[in-house]
Write a protein that binds this ligand. Structure first.
Ligand SMILES: *Cc1c(COP(=O)(O)O)cnc(C)c1O
Length: 396
């Protein structure tokens, strides 16, 4: 077989991630590869750590991009903080809370589960009860923005509850970072991880992680070695630089060009201003919602818990949801996501993350969806959706 160069089709990415990547980020990644201990590269790393701190709204010293996708940031938090025998309260209201449970078990910890329905936020009362009933619990783990359901939980309140009861908080911000307020220091969150391919709009493969002093102390106080050599923060920091000495030593070869991409993506976040990025996501989401409502199509999640970055749209009666997704991809190169688990076949997951959160994405998706639903003879109102969205976007 003689293989040829792979040229992917140009898609519009409005699923649960990855999101559209800006040409500036792609071109940054094509710059010359240099040594991972080259002084020029080390200077870029320092700037990158500062950019990650800005995006997380934190001063935490221990802030780095882990060299693997969001799931590795999750794993980094659990393997460093959970020792065999530790109990950890895990909030499960979607797929990613289930994965956290797996992580606790694989660390030899004992998960204490708080279940909430898919489509609902984490129930603060249940968490408080569990913290009271389990004194000495090591950590409280939850997902800020559940990508499987489109739900936002109250991160500030959950971190405060953990702190009040002497537990560390472990927070998943993969689908919130850059798209809605993530304020690590204000929340008093202890260990927080994210990903690059959602609201940061950088290709997948890196995971920004930040630990505050309390979390760093907990890692130092461990009685056992971190079971993962690759994700052991105390080893990783010998490369990323944790002290004032500035000395760097080899741990693993950093994904150099991927880090150029993250640097450029975060320079773009800084240029826009993080608050402006949050406001942009909120406005485009609101416009999309207005368009759907005008059409007569519903959303799964109650208004106050909806994510601006991910819409779980109810599939109207009689519509073949998979055929809609396939046809949108074929006709318009438009990717939207399917429902997971109990929501499979019942919802679409339509992401508006980072570079994919623009007025163009909103109106393009609404009109394509309206065309498809009309073909399936769904009971919708036609001819009004984009106008309703434009009134939100451009009306005063
Ligand atoms: C996407 C996602 C992850 C996993 O990130 P990967 O980059 O796919 O490994 C974890 N948590 C949430 C909430 C996510 O949306």
């Amino acid at each position: 077989m003689t293989a040829k160069s792979f040229n992917p089709p140009v898609r519009v990415l409005m699923g649960p991630g990855p999101s559209d990547v800006h040409p500036r980020v792609l071109s940054a990644m094509a710059r010359p590869t240099i040594g991972h201990l080259d002084p020029a590269f080390v200077g870029m790393m320092d700037e990158l750590k500062d950019l990650i701190r800005y995006t997380f709204q934190t001063e935490n010293q221990l802030t780095i991009p882990v060299s693997a996708p969001g799931s590795s940031g999750m794993e980094a938090c659990f393997v460093n903080l959970v020792e065999p025998g530790d109990s950890v309260i895990v909030c499960r209201n979607g797929v990613f809370g289930m994965r956290m449970t797996e992580n606790v078990e694989r660390c030899g910890g004992m998960p204490i589960l708080i279940d909430d329905d898919w489509g609902k936020p984490v129930d603060l009362n249940k968490v408080e009860e569990a913290l009271k009933a389990n004194p000495g619990v090591k950590a409280l783990a939850f997902v800020h923005a559940e990508t499987s359901t489109g739900v936002r939980s109250d991160a500030a309140a959950l971190c405060a509850l953990a702190q009040e009861h002497g537990a560390l908080s472990i927070v998943d911000t993969v689908t919130s970072l850059g798209g809605l307020p993530v304020e690590v220091d204000k929340w008093g969150a202890d260990a927080v991880y994210s990903g690059t391919q959602k609201c940061i709009s950088c290709p997948p493969g890196l995971s920004p992680v930040t630990f505050n002093e309390r979390a760093a102390e907990a890692v130092k106080a461990r009685k056992t070695k971190v079971q993962s050599w690759f994700l052991d923060m105390s080893l990783v920091m010998s490369y990323w630089g944790d002290g004032d000495s500035g000395a760097r030593s080899y741990h693993h070869t950093a994904p150099i060009n991927a880090l150029y991409g993250l640097h450029e993506a975060l320079v773009m976040v800084q240029e826009e201003g993080i608050e402006n990025a949050w406001a942009r996501h909120a406005k485009n989401h609101d416009a999309f919602r207005a368009g759907l409502e005008a059409m007569g199509v519903g959303l799964l999640v109650d208004k106050e818990y909806r994510l601006p970055s991910l819409n779980t749209v109810l599939v109207p009666d009689g519509v073949d949801e998979a055929a809609v997704r396939t046809t949108l991809l074929q006709r318009y190169n438009l990717e939207i996501g399917a429902g997971l688990g109990a929501l499979a076949g019942k919802v679409w997951r339509i992401g508006m993350m980072g570079t994919s959160s623009t007025p163009h994405h909103v109106t393009h998706c609404l009109s394509a969806l309206e065309g498809m639903l009309s073909e399936f003879q769904a009971d919708i109102t036609t001819g009004v959706a984009t106008g309703a969205a434009e009134a939100v976007l451009f009306g005063d």
